[in-house]
Design a protein around this ligand. Structure first.
Ligand SMILES: Cc1cc2nc3c(=O)[nH]c(=O)nc-3n(C[C@H](O)[C@H](O)[C@H](O)COP(=O)(O)O)c2cc1C
Length: 395
């Protein structure tokens, strides 16, 4: 498939340079710097030059509907904070202050996990505006996370945020029956609390073989999950989060399986395994990276270099599987990119790394997206949708 895509560039403002300085100051404690984003989100409304408040205007409101009549999803804007940025599910509504219209919390596993013990677990590639990490699914367990989401959901909705929970199978289990039981339990607990569920089958950071590489097992997982979902009174959307490094043949097998089992959509995708970093447009080699795991691995890469590859995957899925909802994720750091993706038919985008490189990134991207819409004669995203109705998706 031939395609063109523009990796739109943004100009580094003074505030972005301040961020770069903060990264340099905290270069020895990248996790602290990373975690501090939630404090920024919390105090943004109090700091005058940050302009940090939820934007409750209707201009960029997005509603995702599903052909199987799963509950529609209401986003204040189509920019979602991707899984991993708020693993604790604490103070969810604060992320509306920094411009997001949705958030996926987690990834949660059945029980508490410390994650990888090696330090550091995060590294920055300044020149490439990329991050590599091997956190290893550290989290407090799905019971805690689902309870917190449940307690905060109304407030989050009022702030214009749609809230999903990402769940994954607990790494380290060997018995297939135990593995299925584990992920089903996590799914069922998370399902009660969130607006939508993301099944993370593509984490490259645990040292375990990825679930999405085992088609038979993946099919069993999604089959069981969707059977349970369909037996419940309320139908919430289920997304599968895919890896961005899949070969075309493998991508087809997974997509066919997801369609067969009735999954609503895909998040495309997770971090790119750094073992394959030479496949991406980056200025470094694998040998330049600091090992992030005791076995010498460097986990997964995220940020700007993922963009072109992600667009290829999105276009492919959009063209061949129109019944699937698509959330694009990987290297999205400009509102014009979001507009390009919306024109390709994605329902929303997720991003994460950009918040480390662009000051108040989601607010900046909102302004750029509104500008791109206006340039094409649309006053709002709703007006764009009315004038460009999507083809009706068959179930
Ligand atoms: C430090 C870090 C932790 C992450 N943790 C998770 C996670 O727990 N679950 C998940 O599905 N993705 C996780 N991701 C991947 C992101 O959700 C996203 O898919 C990826 O970073 C690509 O988007 P980006 O280029 O906008 O960062 C993590 C990414 C980073 C950088």
């Amino acid at each position: 498939m031939t395609f063109q895509c523009t990796n739109h560039e943004y100009y580094l403002q003074f505030s972005d340079k301040v961020l770069a300085l903060i990264r340099r100051i905290f270069r020895k404690s990248p996790e602290f710097r990373h975690d501090s984003f939630r404090h920024v989100a919390r105090f943004a409304p109090l700091i005058p030059f940050m302009g940090g408040r939820p934007d409750l205007s209707k201009t960029l409101k997005r509603v995702i509907t599903f052909p199987d009549h799963s509950n529609s999803l209401y986003f204040g804007c189509p920019i979602i904070l991707a899984a991993g940025a708020n693993k604790t599910a604490l103070r969810i509504k604060d992320f509306a202050n920094v411009g997001f219209g949705g958030i996926t919390v987690g990834t949660a596993t059945r029980h508490f996990r410390e994650g990888n013990t090696h330090r550091p677990r995060i590294g920055f590639l300044e020149e490439d505006r990329a991050i590599y990490n091997s956190m290893g699914l550290n989290n407090e367990g799905v019971d805690v996370i689902a309870k917190r989401v449940d307690e905060q959901l109304v407030k989050a909705h009022k702030a214009g945020l749609c809230v999903g929970i990402s769940v994954a199978e607990t790494p380290g289990l060997t018995d297939p029956e135990e593995k299925i039981k584990d992920i089903i339990e996590s799914f069922t607990i998370a399902y009660k609390a969130a607006d939508y569920i993301e099944i993370n089958v593509s984490c490259p950071n645990t040292g375990e073989s990825r679930v999405d590489l085992d088609m038979t097992f993946s099919e069993r997982i999604f089959d069981e999950i969707m059977k349970i979902r369909n037996s419940l009174g309320i139908r919430k959307a289920v997304y599968a989060k895919l890896s961005p490094d899949l070969m075309e043949r493998h991508l087809i097998s997974i997509m066919e399986m997801l369609v067969r089992t009735g999954v609503n959509g895909v998040v495309v995708g997770n971090t790119y395994p750094t073992a394959k970093i030479s496949e991406l447009p980056v200025s470094v080699t694998r040998e330049d990276l600091t090992p992030l795991r005791a076995d010498g691995d460097c986990g997964g890469l995220s940020g700007r270099p993922l963009y072109e590859n992600m667009v290829w995957n999105v276009k492919y899925i959009r063209e061949h599987y129109p019944q699937m909802s698509v959330i694009a994720c990987g290297g999205i750091d400009h509102g014009y990119k979001i507009y390009d993706l919306i024109k390709m038919g994605v329902d929303a985008v997720q991003c994460y790394s950009v918040v480390a490189f662009r000051w108040m990134a989601a607010h900046a991207m909102r302004a750029e997206l509104a500008d791109a819409l206006l340039n094409d004669g649309y006053k709002s995203l709703g007006e764009y949708d009315d004038r460009n109705p999507k083809p009706v998706k068959a179930v």
